[in-house]
Design a protein around this ligand. Structure first.
Ligand code: ATP
Length: 359
């Protein structure tokens, strides 16, 4: 087992494209680090450099204490799980899982034991004699994981391993990957473009954009203390609402479009010196009142989406759409820990209702 360290790592592809810029990242022994970001931000490039499938243009890459820049993939003691995990169709599940060990000429009894141990961890002991074509998508995914686990590598690298699965199975497998990784306690880098997957899986999450690391921290910290508006809107679904506002010191208020809201003393102090600010309000942080009044922002209901346990409400705020949660009639606040914004007063929200948004 080992940690993974990237120091000032750069990748410039032949042709001159600078895909990774001065990347510093440390993944502790046993940690699950998720790399997330929009398409083309450099997630896969980073993973492939760690794997040894792509050369590092400059900087230092360490696995444990060893600098691995010049080492072949097979000398790095890693195991990878890809999106397109190809199983050998003519081999049974057990043979697929044990394949890498047979290449190492390990004794048959050792191979059998390791295949058995891996399949126990993955809960697939009952399908060891089946062929890949007889398996479901989730089972195939587990076999692909088995091939990685059985090698007992010092680090795991996973590149969108769940993206071929349907939405329901993805959520189930996501939890399984997390439990298996915790049980094995091996440093893991997991690449995804799905912020929800990143948040639920990662001990820490590294957000990349245009080859640069924007922020690397715990999911909780990322959500509540995003470093900029890109991270703020990338993490969380639906996205955080961003509203431009002007600070009006004479009336101690914020001007948002054509509306004014009073500033508390504390907020006025925090905004000392600022003239223009961006308000970032997550949908669940709006509190709604079903009568328009000047203590908040008056908006019109554009659309109410019923999600069962709650509603997603789209409001028109001076021609800008903002989103908030409404509480469905049967939802109890106990279940959602009071997190869901409440609609104060009575009555259901309907299109064209005018309400006040507090935050
Ligand atoms: P996705 O989520 O779409 O897989 P990603 O974040 O994994 O994206 P990478 O595959 O790492 O992104 O690519 C990063 C950037 O480097 C992209 O702009 C891509 O076009 C470029 N790139 C990738 N491979 C090469 C290559 N072999 N030659 C030149 N440019 C490349």
């Amino acid at each position: 087992m080992a940690s993974i360290t990237l120091e000032q790592v750069n990748k410039v592809y032949p042709g001159g494209y600078h895909a990774i810029k001065d990347l510093n990242l440390e993944i502790a022994d046993g940690e699950l680090m998720v790399l997330v970001g929009p398409s083309g931000c450099g997630k896969t490039t980073t993973l492939r450099m760690v794997a040894g499938l792509e050369e590092v243009t400059s900087g230092t890459l360490r696995i444990g204490d060893r600098v691995v820049n010049g080492l072949e993939p097979k000398e790095r003691d890693i195991a990878m799980v890809f999106q397109n995990y190809a199983l050998y169709p003519h081999m049974s599940v057990a043979e697929n899982i044990g394949f890498a060990l047979r290449l190492q000429n390990l004794p048959k009894s050792t191979i059998a034991q390791r295949v058995h141990d891996a399949s126990e961890i993955l809960g697939i002991t009952d399908i060891l004699n089946k062929k890949p074509r007889q398996l479901s998508g989730g089972q195939r995914q587990r076999v692909a994981m088995g091939r990685a686990i059985v090698r007992e590598p010092s680090i795991f690298l996973m590149d969108e391993p769940l993206s071929n699965l349907d939405a329901k199975l993805r959520v189930k497998m996501r939890a399984e990957v997390k439990l298996i990784q915790e049980r094995l306690g091996v440093a893991t880098i997991y690449v995804t473009h799905d912020q929800m997957e990143a948040m639920t899986l990662g001990d820490r999450v590294a957000v990349l954009r245009n080859g640069e690391l924007l922020q690397c921290t715990t999911p909780h910290d990322l959500y509540f203390n995003p470093v900029d508006t890109f991270v703020a809107t990338f993490i969380g679904s639906p996205a955080m609402n961003l509203l431009e506002a002007v600070v009006d010191r004479t009336s101690a208020s914020l001007v948002v479009g054509s509306q004014k809201i009073a500033l508390s003393d504390e907020t006025a102090k925090r905004l000392a010196g600022a003239t223009h600010v961006t308000l970032g309000i997550r949908p669940e942080h709006f509190f709604l009142e079903d009568v328009p009044n000047s203590a908040g922002l008056v908006a019109e209901v554009k659309l109410v989406e019923e999600l069962g346990y709650e509603q997603m409400v789209h409001f028109d705020l001076d021609a800008k759409i903002v989103r908030g949660h409404g509480e469905s009639e049967d939802a109890t606040n106990d279940i959602y820990g009071g997190r869901t914004a409440r609609i104060a007063g009575s009555g259901e929200l309907k299109q064209r209702d005018r309400v006040t948004l507090h935050f």
